[in-house]
Design a protein around this ligand. Structure first.
Ligand SMILES: Cc1cc2nc3c(=O)[nH]c(=O)nc-3n(C[C@H](O)[C@H](O)[C@H](O)COP(=O)(O)OP(=O)(O)OC[C@H]3O[C@@H](n4cnc5c(N)ncnc54)[C@H](O)[C@@H]3O)c2cc1C
Length: 406
């Protein structure tokens, strides 16, 4: 079959890899000049490795990624570490990524700590996520973990991420976040770019075509036997009006990256900002996870937000945003000073679907009612929160459906 894959993120690339492996004639259309979509990487001349525009890692439970890495012969490039995750509480970072650290956390009473441990234990152990689709995360967290823990630990993160939509987020989304999380995280030598490049190379070797900087694909003049759209649902609807794509709210992602001569944050990789007076949700010190020698000896820290499409930060340039963030960034830096060598700003629309009540029921099948047209994007990742592991799973699933359906 002659197949068009629209979108060169992890879903599209995996599907194209699988389809070309099965000897189909595949053409990938990617709007940008680089592949990788939300997980794309960029590089500075003095860096050896690429860096993702927004913080990326894998969990050791990410089986689809592990299988793909192995199939592409990249096992030796996989790096597994246990970096520190912490919460900013009363202006100080507190490591909060193990039962012992929860026990010594000063922000909760002993009873709240036991209730939080019970909540997390229950979510880790249970497989029954469907009933959790009928209640909100807030209802689940307050009923088992208690109102105090909700106020100190969870509410600032939910409202920081989802804004006014926070009270509508389903408990199943929260379950998925806890269920798959592992303390050990994985990354790849060279960044996620290594796997993106390997996929591109394999697709081409298997006879496929990859067209970059190309948003010329339209359904009207398509001569392909089958079309797999992996672009976000609102874009798919523009490409094919009347397409029954999922209609769920999305948030934008925005990251400001600082390349500095000294580390901004000590030791911690992932710092949750629970003080909502801060203008960002998380500070992620990539070089507290990966060695900074791969980045010219400099330190790289992300300051990230999820935002609604009309948020004022989305119309601010890098300098304006840095001016707004800097006083708060300095409050995280107890060593008093750092020199900024470079800064980078990334914004991406449709970067996070909001899993509201009964989310799974709002997602149609990958095979659309339009003959020969298939849609698979991160909205289809259920019950899990989106991630490259699930994009790989989805790409494989879409390739299978596309080749087995008449
Ligand atoms: C801030 C942030 C942090 C994240 N952290 C992690 C993490 O730590 N680990 C992890 O595994 N995942 C993480 N993710 C999620 C991960 O990046 C995504 O789940 C995954 O990359 C989605 O892949 P995709 O191919 O489904 O979609 P996308 O990456 O969105 O790919 C869609 C592609 O379609 C292209 N496109 C759009 N319109 C057109 C058009 N008209 N024609 C042609 N092409 C078009 C886009 O340019 C894009 O390349 C994170 C995401 C964000 C935003």
């Amino acid at each position: 079959m002659n197949i068009a894959v629209v979108g060169g993120g992890f879903t599209g690339l995996t599907a194209a890899y699988e389809l070309s492996r099965k000897c189909h004639k595949v053409t990938v259309f990617e709007k940008e000049s680089t592949l990788g979509g939300l997980a794309y990487g960029f590089k500075q001349p003095e860096w050896d490795w690429h860096l993702e525009g927004s913080y990326h890692h894998w969990f050791t439970s990410d089986r689809a990624i592990l299988a793909l890495v192995s199939e592409l012969g990249l096992n030796k490039k996989l790096i597994i570490k246990r970096p520190v995750t912490a919460n900013l509480y009363n202006g100080e970072p507190y490591q909060l990524d193990s039962p012992i650290h929860l026990l010594v956390f000063p922000g909760l009473s002993m009873i709240d700590k036991f209730r939080t441990a019970a909540l997390l234990g229950y979510l880790k152990l249970t497989f029954f996520w469907k009933p959790l689709e009928n209640i909100t995360a807030e209802q689940l967290l307050t009923s088992i973990g208690g109102k105090n823990a909700y106020k100190v630990l969870w509410e600032p993160l939910l409202s920081g991420k989802f804004g006014t939509l926070a009270p509508t987020v389903s408990a199943a989304w929260f379950w998925a976040r806890i269920k798959k999380r592992t303390p050990r995280l994985m990354y790849m030598e060279g960044g996620f770019h290594t796997i993106v490049t390997a996929l591109e190379k394999a697709i081409k070797k298997q006879g496929g075509k990859v067209l970059l900087h190309n948003s010329s694909f339209t359904m009207r003049n398509s001569t392909f036997d089958k079309v797999l759209l992996t672009v976000p649902s609102p874009i798919a609807k523009k490409l094919l009006p009347g397409l029954p794509a999922p209609s769920v709210p999305h948030l934008w992602a925005q990251t400001l990256i600082l390349e500095t001569s000294e580390p901004i944050i000590d030791k911690t990789y992932w710092l949750n900002i629970t003080d909502r007076a801060f203008p960002f949700l998380a500070a992620v010190a990539h070089t507290n996870f990966m060695d900074n020698r791969h980045y010219g000896g400099h330190h790289l820290t992300y300051f990230g937000n999820y935002l609604p499409g009309d948020h004022k930060y989305l119309s601010m340039n890098k300098e304006e945003l840095l001016k707004k963030f800097l006083p708060f960034i300095k409050r995280l830096n107890h060593n008093a000073s750092f020199t900024i060598h470079n800064s980078f700003l990334f914004t991406a629309p449709y970067a996070q679907p909001v899993h509201q009540l009964r989310y799974s029921k709002k997602i149609p099948t990958i095979a659309t009612p339009i003959p020969g047209v298939y849609l698979a994007n991160m909205d289809y990742v259920v019950p899990w929160d989106r991630g490259t592991n699930y994009a790989v799973e989805l790409g494989l699933q879409a390739a299978k459906i596309l080749t087995t359906e008449k």
